[in-house]
Design a protein around this ligand. Sequence first.
Ligand SMILES: [Zn+2]
Length: 350
Amino acid sequence: MIPARARVWAAFSALGLTTACAPASGEAPARWTLTKGAQELVPDTGLQARIFKALDAAREAGTDPGISKFHVRAATVIQLEGGERTILGGNTEYRVPEAIHGETSLINHVINAVGPEATRREVGFIAFYGEACGGGGSCGDCRDYLLQTTRWQDLLIVCGKAGDRTVHVDRFAAGIVPEERFKEVTAQDTGVPGTRLDELVQAAREAREGGVRLFTAPEEHLGVAALTTSGKIYRAAGADDAAFHYRYPLGAVLQQAASYRDYFVQAVVVAGQPGRTPRLSYRDRQYGYEFSSFNRKRGLAPIRLILIEEGAGGARRYRATTFEDALPGAFSTADFMPEAVDRFLQTAPR
Ligand SMILES: [Zn+2]
C-alpha cells in the first residue's frame, strides 16, 4: 500500500496545497503505531523497529515531482555485516510526463550501495512516508522492476501516515497475478464473437512476425491485437532499442487506436512464442488498465484480456481475464483526476 496517490493528489490540486507534504524538518517525530493488520504481518519487533526507522528517514527523502507535485518518499533499512543501513529513494518527473518512481529509485540506490545479490537477499520491505495510505499498489512498471530485483514473494510494502503516525503493511505479492492464474476458457467464453476472435488471433500472430527484436528473447516477444467498440482492429509488436527504452506492444496498440480517437476497447488478444503462455508485463497491464478505466467511465464492460497459446498441430488454448484482475490495486488517471478524464472523454466519438 503506497501513499493514497489518488485522494491526496486530487485533494491537494483542488486546494492548491501542493506544498503541504514537504518534510517538516526539525519537529520531534512522534511514535509510529502499526495497524492491527500490520501487526499480524510484522510480528517481529526487530523488523518493526527497522520499519519505524525507515519511515523516519523517508520523511527526509529528496524528490522532484515538478508536474504532479506529488512526493513519493521511500526508504528501507537492511541488515548487513552485523550493522544496519538506511537507504532512501524518491520520485522525479520530467517533460511529457515521464517519471522515475520512488520505489525504483530506492532499489536502484540499494543496488548502488550493496550490489544486486545483497539487495535481493536483504531488502524485506519498502517504506513510504505519506499524507495518506491505502491508495493502491505500485504502477505496473515498478512491479516489473521489483519482480526482477527483490525477493518479491516476501517483500512487504509499508505506508506510514504522517498525520496520525499509523503504519499500514501489505504484501507486494498481493499485486502479482501470474498468467497461469488467468482462467482457461473456451473460444466462446472469451466473450468475443467467433469470427472476430479469429481475426484478432490472426492479427496478433501476424504482428508478432514484426516489431524490433535485437535484444529481446523470443519468449518475451509478443504480438497484440485490439478490437475497439467501433469494430476496428489494431495490431502492434514489441520493439527494443540500444537505450533499452522498450516500446511495449499492448501500449503501442492502444496508442494507435487513440491516434484515431478510438478510445473504447472491447478486447485485446496477446500472442507469444508457440507452445508457451505469453508473459504480459505489468507495464503493459498498466496501459490496459488505464484504457479500461475509460470504459468504466462510459458504463462499458471492462476490456477482455485474452492470451492465446498455440500448441503443436494448431491446437489453441485461451486464457481470459480483465486488466482490473490482472493488476490488483492499480491506479489510473481516472482515480487521480476523474473530472479531467470526464472532460477528455466528452470529446471522444460515441
Ligand atoms: Zn511506479
